[in-house]
Design a protein around this ligand. Structure first.
Ligand code: GLA
Ligand code: ZN
Length: 680
């Protein structure tokens, strides 16, 4: 059961990473003045404070932290308190080299960077638990500490002997016997039959990358990271059972299965750094991708808000080109997070450091040290807006459509050899379908294969290559009851261990899709194949281009809706519908241009009465999201274009939540404009 806030902060949170250990207490006082001015009500502290909290092994110094938390709290600013395990003091690695990570070449790293430790090491766990206990003992009951921020952006893997042996234990638990493992990993291939658990290592470019092993290792890395996280939390819980816990995720980061991880969090949070303005024509693609990632993060706990833990108030420093946010974009990108269910806008970072590698990363307070900057004014304006949106916290995003994005599926796709070696484009394929719904402003959940589908009218499952046990049955039941399913090429190829289904694709989905796949063509980047819609779908007119992957399918109970128009397979079906129970399953047998998938989604949405959040058609690059609670429905109309647009009049009367003005006719939004409207 997830813990909820223990602090009476009723407002949306506004603040960010604060690193006061880089500054003297007189600067802290100036920070407080500036924070109040910018309407900051919450900061994250202690993330990289270990060497200040424990300057020598076993000698702790909390005096400065006491003063800091007191100062913040007496000024009405809450703290998100981090455990410091994300970066270690030098004494720790010097004394206990086992805490240093070993890479896949078997080489132990030197001290440095951050997130550079072995998550199995008993010494590291013990040292982390020791400091966590003290933090919890000292601050756990403090009402102004509202949330534990466990470590920072967990990532990476370690190949040391301790981790290898933990991996073997994990394999024993998962497979029970070597026979079962040998069968699951198909080790008869290339004479790989294991006769001793100790013959098995983590995947390495110097050794093996057997598919089953690869998948098992990635699952192990998630489990071991979660296990480390849980050990951190257990140490806190010895003294504090009330304060909720989170850790900051990184969107669709492929290294950890966040769905598994999130089960152990009270509140989900993430760090969002979109490449705004990287496309010369429009920010719509970046807007849609960011929207997807917010939805993906929210759906890690579908029925509660999430937190935007980090974002930049201006620019970052680690992208190839670190562009400033254009006027309007700060308000737009921040309210976009709120629109998708975030109850906070937090930044990295409050004050720009003077030294080391993040000294040119954007911050609320720049090196000039005062508030007379564009960024500070943007942040202040947002702070005022957030304070006005006091009805928002706790409200949810009701969605009747879902797109499936699954980490295990991604791992298996990334690993296979065949068809096209690179540019497998799973993420891009998911985004393409998601974008079709985004253009229609249909609220969408992004869930993995484990999610219940009961609440949806439409489920889009692009490139669902790996089917977990029970997935086919779940999709069947969903369609049987009247749901609509869309699948795309490369669906239903392998089982949970990455073994190809006997009988070929789409494996156990054959009955539901009403077809089987005979062979799959892979195309060069310069190849296209014509796609010709048949009658029946009004938006699908003319010809379209398939690229990259074309399946040759045989329809059994499905009927064709489009056929290939070129190649030796011209005339064969490439879009089909299979009526199944009360619903329908559509299969798009090729990877096809967005114009086609968007039109298909538009027609299917119209067919099944899936509601847009606004009257259609909307101008390109405009998106409307909705949050709802007992206080009403809140509509966020967002313009990702660098020019003014006009939206058609809404289907029902709305009121501008910020100005109080009613909106009945067409609605104008300025360049990168955003507005929040309420329907009572
Ligand atoms: C991540 C980290 C922060 C900081 C930012 C910079 O999100 O958690 O500590 O390095 O990136 O963008
Ligand atoms: Zn290790």
């Amino acid at each position: 059961m997830a813990l909820s806030w223990k602090h009476p902060i009723k407002d949306l949170l506004h603040g960010g990473d604060y690193n006061p250990e880089q500054w003297s207490p007189d600067v802290w006082r100036e920070d407080i003045r500036l924070m109040k001015k910018a309407r900051i009500n919450c900061v994250s502290i202690g993330i990289f404070s270990w060497s200040h909290l424990e300057p020598e092994e076993g000698r702790y110094d909390f005096a400065w932290m006491d003063e800091l938390i007191g100062l913040l709290s007496s000024n009405g600013i809450a703290s998100v308190l981090a455990t410091p395990s994300g970066a270690r003091p030098p004494w720790l690695s010097q004394r206990y080299p086992e805490v240093l990570r070993v890479n896949d070449q078997g080489i132990r790293n030197l001290y440095g960077q951050r997130h550079n430790h072995c998550l199995t090491s008993p010494v590291y766990r013990e040292k982390v638990a020791a400091i966590n206990r003290r933090l919890a003992e000292r601050y756990g009951a403090n009402d102004s500490v509202i949330l534990w921020h466990i470590s920072n952006e967990f990532s990476g893997e370690c190949h040391c002997d301790l981790c290898q042996s933990a991996f073997r234990d994990w394999l024993r638990r998962r497979y029970g016997t070597l026979d079962a493992l040998n069968a699951a990993w198909w080790t008869s291939f290339w004479s790989h039959r294991y006769t001793d658990w100790n013959q098995i290592d983590a995947p390495s470019s110097r050794g093996d990358r057997v598919h089953g092993q690869n998948l098992a290792w990635q699952r192990f890395v998630t489990d071991q990271t979660v296990n480390f996280f849980n050990a951190e939390v257990a140490a806190l819980r010895e003294f504090d059972t009330k304060t909720p816990v989170t850790t900051n995720f990184m969107g669709a980061f492929p290294g950890l299965d966040y769905v598994e991880f999130a089960r152990h969090l009270d509140i989900v949070s993430w760090d969002s750094y979109p490449r705004w303005h990287s496309d010369p024509h429009s920010d719509a693609a970046i807007g849609a991708e960011t929207s997807f990632t917010h939805d993906l993060t929210r759906c890690l706990k579908r029925d509660q808000p999430f937190l935007l833990m980090e974002s930049t108030p201006s620019q970052v420093n680690w992208q190839q080109v670190n562009k400033l946010k254009r006027p309007g974009m700060h308000q737009l990108s921040s309210l976009q997070a709120i629109a998708h269910g975030s109850d906070s806008v937090q930044y990295f970072q409050w004050r720009k450091s003077r030294g080391s590698c993040e000294k040119f990363h954007g911050a609320v307070v720049d090196h000039c040290g005062h508030e007379n900057t564009r960024t500070f004014r943007d942040v202040t304006q947002l702070g005022e807006t957030l304070a006005q949106l006091s009805q928002l916290p706790g409200s949810l995003v009701p969605a009747r459509a879902a797109v499936i994005y699954d980490w295990n599926n991604r791992w298996a796709i990334d690993a296979y050899y065949g068809l096209r070696q690179d540019k497998k484009n799973y993420f891009e394929e998911v985004l393409q379908y998601y974008r079709g719904l985004w253009d229609l402003s249909i609220s969408t959940d992004c869930v993995d294969e484990s999610a219940s589908l009961d609440r949806y009218q439409l489920v889009v499952a692009p490139m669902l290559y790996l089917l977990k046990p029970g997935m086919a049955e779940k999709l069947e039941a969903f369609v049987q009851r009247g749901g609509t399913l869309i699948t795309s090429a490369l669906t239903g190829l392998v089982d949970q261990d990455d073994l190809v289904f006997a009988g070929g694709a789409p494996g156990p989905l054959r009955k539901l899709l009403g077809l089987w796949v005979e062979e799959t063509d892979a195309l060069y980047d310069h190849d296209t194949v014509v796609v010709r819609p048949l009658k029946g779908l009004p938006s699908l007119q003319g010809e379209f281009a398939a690229r990259e992957i074309c399946e040759r399918v045989h329809l059994e109970t499905a009927v064709p809706l489009a056929v290939y128009g070129s190649q030796f397979y011209a005339g064969e079906p490439c879009l089909s519908e299979n009526r199944f129970g009360q619903g329908s399953a559509y299969h798009v047998a090729c990877r096809v241009e967005a114009k086609f998938t968007h039109a298909l989604l538009r027609d299917i949405a119209a067919r099944i009465g899936l509601q847009s959040n606004w009257s259609l058609p909307l101008p390109e690059g405009v998106n409307v999201q909705k949050r709802a609670s007992a206080q009403g429905e809140f509509y966020f109309a967002m313009n990702f274009n660098p020019r003014e647009v006009t939206l058609p009049a809404p289907a029902f009367p709305l009121r501008d939540e910020l100005s109080g003005q009613p909106v009945t006719g067409p609605l104008s939004l300025p360049s990168y404009g955003v507005t929040v409207l309420r329907r009572d």
